[in-house]
Ligand binder design. Structure first.
Ligand code: EPZ
Length: 419
């Protein structure tokens, strides 16, 4: 079991090249199931979640060729040998659920293992299932599997209003509606940049979708779509994570290949902590020369402050000159990093969906245990600024969402190693 050891106290200085987005590439890969032609994706990140999605698509019958040097993957689902996504793959990566909609639309039937919960919450998929039922599918749960069957003439477009903004729920129902008969109006749809990237790719494949970037998507079903070549957007969560790495170490880091406009709420919060954020041709430069100021944050669906950046911001606030109230509104248990940060001498008190962070003068390095992807990276960020040595266990969480994390950080002067 690998672990990461960090000796803190070094200011980060240098460039970080942001990789392709994990949360964009996973649904994009699943969209290949909608056509018998080949889909080529460029700027893909080298992450374990992507490997798992490839395994799943191969298990369903797709042919996949990856070229990581060129950061491309080519997926040809010309023939689907089995519309069943097995438990042993789905339970390792809950994002596998996004094959449900495309499988059902393409094959008329789909059997996908119910993804379990995870550290940050129960993560139900009831809205996914309700949406597919509204498109005419018969869906029942049996033996831990979602069994879905479309009407014999295919899914039927309708108006669907999502009760909660759900990212993969939007993506599943959107992909199912692409091949449905007639018009689907999807209201209260998620507007995350990763959803917009999927819409752009589907349109390039021949889907008819209006309303990109809004909370109402209008899809006119088509009989079939074809392949395309699509470049995956940069990972805004990775980019912002390194922005906080710069701020927490009072460094000066240039983020390359980041889309500034995908992170407006984040830049606003980071600027109020005292960081200077400069857009330039090469990317976005983040410097922190002053004391870190305490800033409150509340997570919300896009374009609000992203829940995937809550743990990272908390790490920064542990060293602020005042205090910060952090409220998590998306997931019911996304404070697993609090206990770990407190082991490093942070001063944090929890009150149900909010925590109050009182800044301390310094963090002390310690062995810490990661529990999910973003909690893990919050421990790494705290370790970069702490006095002494921090050991982060269970780094497989990090490998799911951060490509070459220790290389990118050590290239900016961090003392960090994987053992
Ligand atoms: C996506 O998860 C992301 N994952 C998550 O990133 C991200 O945190 C989340 O969106 C919110 O932005 C991928 O895109 C692969 P949701 P998703 O459905 O779609 C409730 C990371 O760290 N809900 O938008 O699973 C749900 O419980 C990961 O990269 C239902 O109640 O999240 C939650 O409270 C973590 N019923 C809220 O909606 C449903 O059927 C938002 O969840 C679906 C969701």
């Amino acid at each position: 079991m690998d672990k990461i050891i960090i000796t803190g106290g070094r200011q980060l200085n240098g460039d970080v090249k942001v990789s392709g987005s994990k949360n964009a590439v996973l649904p994009l890969m699943a969209s290949a199931l909608l056509t018998d032609k080949c889909l080529t994706l460029r700027n893909i990140p080298r992450l374990s979640d992507l490997t798992r999605m490839s395994e799943l698509l191969i298990c369903l019958g797709a042919q996949i060729s990856e070229n990581f040097d060129e950061k491309t993957i080519r997926i040809c689902a010309s023939h689907i040998k089995s519309p069943t996504a097995p438990y042993d793959i789905v339970n390792k990566m809950r994002a596998s659920i996004v094959v449900l909609g495309p499988l059902l639309a393409r094959c008329g039937v789909a059997k996908v293992s119910l993804p379990g919960g995870c550290a940050i919450g129960a993560r139900p998929v009831n809205i996914h299932i309700d949406g597919l039922r509204l498109l005419g599918a018969d869906v029942f749960i049996d033996g831990g599997y979602i069994n879905a069957r479309a009407p014999k003439n295919g899914l039927i477009g309708t108006t669907i209003t999502l009760p909660i903004v759900t990212v993969t729920g939007t993506e599943n129902i959107l992909m199912a509606s692409v091949l449905a008969k007639g018009r689907t109006i999807l209201q209260n749809a998620a507007k995350e940049p990763e959803v917009c990237d999927l819409v752009r790719c589907l349109v390039a494949m021949g889907a008819r979708i209006e309303g990109i970037g809004t909370d109402t998507l209008i899809i006119d079903g088509v009989d079939e779509i074809s392949g395309t070549e699509h470049t995956v957007i940069p990972d805004r969560i990775e980019a912002a994570t390194y922005a906080i790495a710069s701020a927490i170490t009072h460094g000066d880091v240039l983020l390359k290949n980041v889309i500034y406009d995908d992170l407006l709420s984040f830049w606003d919060h980071l600027e109020r902590t005292g960081a200077s954020i400069t857009r330039c041709n090469a990317g976005v430069r983040v410097k922190m020369v002053n004391d870190i100021k305490g800033v409150d944050v509340m997570t919300e669906p896009y374009p609000g402050y992203p829940t995937d950046l809550q743990a990272q911001f908390m790490a920064l606030m542990t060293l602020c000159s005042g205090a910060s109230m952090i409220t998590e509104t998306i997931f019911e248990n996304r404070f697993m990093h609090v206990a770990e940060l407190c082991r490093m001498s942070a001063n944090i008190t929890m009150h149900k969906t909010s925590v109050l962070v009182r800044g301390v003068k310094k963090l002390i390095g310690a062995p810490v245990m990661a529990t999910d992807l973003r909690a893990s990276v919050a421990c790494v960020l705290a370790g970069l600024a702490a006095t002494g040595e921090t050991t982060v266990q269970r780094v497989y969480h990090l490998d799911r969402g951060y490509e070459q994390l220790e290389h990118k950080l050590s290239n900016c002067g961090a003392i960090i190693a994987r053992v």
